[in-house]
Design a binder for this molecule. Structure first.
Ligand SMILES: NCCCCC[C@@H](C[SeH])C(=O)O
Ligand SMILES: [Zn+2]
Ligand SMILES: [Zn+2]
Length: 307
């Protein structure tokens, strides 16, 4: 039954099949968009969910799986799509969101890396590109964006987990996403990128300790989301600007999207706090995704209210 499908992790092939099936089963509502292809030439598909064809509707963006080992992230993207399609016109919050915004969902930002965690190394983080002057493989796609690129919190050593790449957007995966966001920056009002673990709701900046221009807005939104998770699920999420809440991290997709003009930009770190870490068991998927869903609802509704 569908409930067990969404409470399991799925291979890359399964997710491609799911993308196809979901698109075919929901013509006119779900459209697959080919953003580009990975280093190993795998397609990078985003789904566009559009529940009504109201003219010049705004949009929100959720990407998952930029880091290969963070399996709960793609699981959440699938969960979110299924919830949206199942509860539109049933749940008030998701109905309000989908009536006001289209949603772009990118289930697997880094398909080569994700596949690699299924076949070779469960703990792989980066993509699978080769660098010309090192035997080491892979760029940290969340250090490869053009936002204070390769400063403190990233490394120019290809053998590190935070290798920034040869230059900003050097990787086909980050380039594909950046191109799409650049060409849709006037309609996309909210950028969300889903990671694990450590249970945090983060917002710009991570490349500097300087405050974002709408810091108070972002803080209030993250705070409310964290409070509601605490109230409904009795679980604790830290929240704040990335640099001081987690660590300095330049070249991130959230900071780049923010500087592009998407003024509501967040990085979610989902469950857990370290007991299982990246190896969160399937039995925890439901709770982790419900917590993330609540945060998305609260933040998205606030964006609608503010714009
Ligand atoms: N854009 C940087 C947001 C804060 C760091 C997020 C974590 C997720 Se694993 C990282 O990319 O190291
Ligand atoms: Zn991550
Ligand atoms: Zn993380």
């Amino acid at each position: 039954s569908s409930s067990t499908f969404y409470e399991r992790y799925h291979s890359l092939e399964d997710i491609y099949y799911w993308i196809n099936r979901t698109t075919q089963d929901n013509p006119g509502t779900v459209k697959a968009i080919l953003l580009g292809s990975s280093y190993e030439k795998r397609p990078i598909y985003a789904l566009k969910i559009s529940l009504n064809n109201r003219p010049n509707k705004k949009a929100m963006w959720i990407d998952c799986g930029i880091h290969a080992r963070e399996w709960i992230s793609p699981a959440f993207c699938l969960w979110f799509v299924q919830y949206s399609l199942s509860f539109y016109r049933i749940n008030h919050d998701i109905t309000q969101i989908l009536d006001n915004m289209d949603v772009y969902v990118l289930p697997v930002f880094n398909p080569d890396g994700y596949r690699y965690t299924w076949t070779n190394n469960r703990m792989w983080r980066k993509n699978r590109s080769y660098s010309k002057d090192s035997w080491c493989i892979g760029v940290d796609l969340n250090r490869n964006f053009d936002a204070n690129w390769c400063t403190e919190g990233a490394s120019s050593d290809p053998c590190t987990e935070i290798y920034c790449g040869a230059f900003p957007e050097s990787e086909p995966e980050s380039q594909a996403v950046a191109n799409f966001l650049r060409s849709h920056k006037d309609t996309i009002q909210l950028y969300l990128t889903i990671h694990s673990y450590s249970q945090m709701l983060l917002f710009p900046y991570s490349y500097t300790y300087d405050q974002a221009e709408n810091h108070n807005d972002l803080l209030e939104m993250a705070q409310e989301a964290a409070q509601q998770i605490r109230r409904h699920y009795r679980n604790t999420y830290k929240y704040g600007a990335g640099a001081q809440t987690i660590y300095l991290a330049p070249g991130g997709s959230d900071d780049w999207a923010y500087n592009l003009g998407i003024k509501y930009s967040f990085t979610f770190e989902l469950q857990d706090q370290g007991r299982y870490g990246f190896l969160l068991p399937p039995s925890h998927i439901s709770k982790a995704c419900n917590e993330a869903l609540l945060a998305v609802k609260i933040i998205a509704l606030k964006v609608i209210e503010k714009t």
